[in-house]
Design a protein around this ligand. Sequence first.
Ligand SMILES: NC(=O)c1ccc[n+]([C@@H]2O[C@H](COP(=O)([O-])OP(=O)(O)OC[C@H]3O[C@@H](n4cnc5c(N)ncnc54)[C@H](O)[C@@H]3O)[C@@H](O)[C@H]2O)c1
Ligand SMILES: O=C(O)C(=O)C[C@@H](O)[C@H](O)[C@H](O)COP(=O)(O)O
Ligand SMILES: [Zn+2]
Length: 363
Amino acid sequence: MSTVRFATDHPYTVEIDNGALQKLPSLTGEATRVAVIYAEPLAEVALEVARLAGSATVSVLSIGVPEGEAAKTPEIATSCWRTLAAAGFTRSDLIIGVGGGATTDLAGFVAASWLRGVSYVSVPTTVLAMVDASVGGKTGIDLPEGKNLVGAFHEPDGVIADLDLLGTLPEREVRSGLAEVVKAGFVRDERIRELIAASPSGALDVTSARHAELIRRAVQFKADVVSLDLRESTSVGGRIGRELLNYGHTLGHAIEAWEHFRMRHGEAVALGMIFAAQLSRRVLGLPDEAVAVHRQLIGALGLPTSYQRAPFAELRELMGRDKKTRGQALRFVGLRNLSDPAMIVAPSEAILEECYAELGRDQ
Ligand SMILES: NC(=O)c1ccc[n+]([C@@H]2O[C@H](COP(=O)([O-])OP(=O)(O)OC[C@H]3O[C@@H](n4cnc5c(N)ncnc54)[C@H](O)[C@@H]3O)[C@@H](O)[C@H]2O)c1
Ligand SMILES: O=C(O)C(=O)C[C@@H](O)[C@H](O)[C@H](O)COP(=O)(O)O
Ligand SMILES: [Zn+2]
């Protein structure tokens, strides 16, 4: 069992354990109505959540939404708001999100926006949601023009990461989630790199102690970052703040959107991290060996290491809408070395194109 604390102005904990779901009743607070927003294939988990959250004095409203990115739309958010309106949800009521990162991003956003903000508890059911999406308070939905373009910072009252829920997760999803874990390894936590390098198969085994340790370390890393900079300033005392968590996402989000979500978030971010490492080699002098470590660990996790399907010009347009962009200047999280991040601001278009061409060659 591990408990990770987010020490923001709205402090909360992430409970990581087999059977952690049993702790849910302690998080319902003063609510007399609870809405469980869940991904439709997870109806059984949602039923258990409803059983644990409900009581003689607490009524539960279950709201099924499409699985995956199809839930992160203005239309689905609107239908959730209208269901809450019909049920008379008030400011003392609670929303619980149950599912992968797409579902928790939507549910968190509905909680952030309903009556300008009601309490929210997250029950992530994918590795990716446990280590990243459901913790840290970023919520949001997509537009056809790009990923996560509408959203809010809205922190949960608590997060329950019940490792037993990962038992049914397809291996492709486990690999995708580990992309965000290895991200934490590249930008900060050397032990994460060691744990994956020593046994990629152990890392992928959701019943292993190694996997649980990776989840705990990735959540702790996110807590350390977010506790210092919830709202993603461009710098914190001259150092990179929350933007660090966006390593690999500038190109990653562009690829994910260009692919219309046929590619998993972690797969696109894996490609984005290799691109960021190549860019860092040219702009910040990241050593060749560190770029090779990116390819080795990402490849060992069964994530893609090369890509060339989308025309660069189209990805470049999508990258212009990245939230780190200021005016015309693209900004990337880069590395001077492993665990030594630095921003790359307005790299030349020629270098960006060369790095993208390099991503097409699986070296
Ligand atoms: N808010 C943040 O800080 C943050 C961080 C990282 C990623 N994200 C977002 O998270 C999303 C990706 O999350 P994801 O990878 O969890 O994807 P997802 O929510 O699309 O879930 C992936 C798939 O797994 C299925 N699934 C979920 N739990 C399952 C289980 N226990 N057993 C079997 N199947 C299960 C879902 O139905 C879906 O088909 C993206 O939208 C990304 O932008 C947000
Ligand atoms: O929590 C953060 O901050 C992150 O950047 C984590 C990312 O892994 C995540 O994909 C996030 O949703 C990206 O947010 P965005 O602001 O770039 O849309
Ligand atoms: Zn991400």
